[in-house]
Design a binder for this molecule. Sequence first.
Ligand code: PGA
Length: 251
Amino acid sequence: MAGNNRKFFVGGNWKMNGSKDSINEICGWLTAGDRGDTEVVVGPPTAYLGYVQEKLAGSGVYAAAQNCYKVPKGAFTGEISPAMIKDIGCEWVILGHSERRNVFGESDELIAEKIEHALAEGLKVIACIGEKLEEREGGQTEEVVFRQTTAFKDKVKDWGKVVLAYEPVWAIGTGKVATPQQAQEVHASLRTWLSENVSPAVANSLRIIYGGSVSASNCKELATQGDIDGFLVGGASLKPDFVKIINARKA
Ligand code: PGA
């Protein structure tokens, strides 16, 4: 969409990977590398969230939780709350990742409730959506991503604190990246949907980032697409090439 001033956004989702040693290395090259004007957030495993938050403090790179629950506290073994994420100084949380949906069975409704609570507690949210292979092959891509985004819409009051991550499930961790045209097509449809169902202002200002097998070699072409405002990166965010992805918009 022409005339936007959406800041390029790159998130690194470390998933259940890392150790103190490897995290020290990652934080080293991440903070030393040129990041231009790109907004950069990385999601360590919960065990290391506070450690990474402290290591990155003042660097301009921010730490994100990979998940959280929908209430402030209580008898929810294994969960963390937005209040805790804020208490250790973090501002971001990733919600609705396909692994949360498909490995741990999270529903559209639960994810939307988590987003509502995280926003109410003052966190910023990377909200993830995306279709499975059989849904794409069945021509249901739009239906699925619109359904997932509708669940968010009903709960989000301030879209200014949300980044929407379109991550086709068939592209995540498979090495099978969406083509720039495939990604752009879905991003553009989402923007039209947002314009019609939320508001033209939100459609124009919301960052819609792409995720799924993004690498240093495919990021530049994806980044030329008008409706792709950045990336959510899994595997490649653990390696120094991540800095190239952060700088995908640079000549
Ligand atoms: P990938 O993961 O880059 O390893 O495909 C992306 C994601 O799950 O966010």
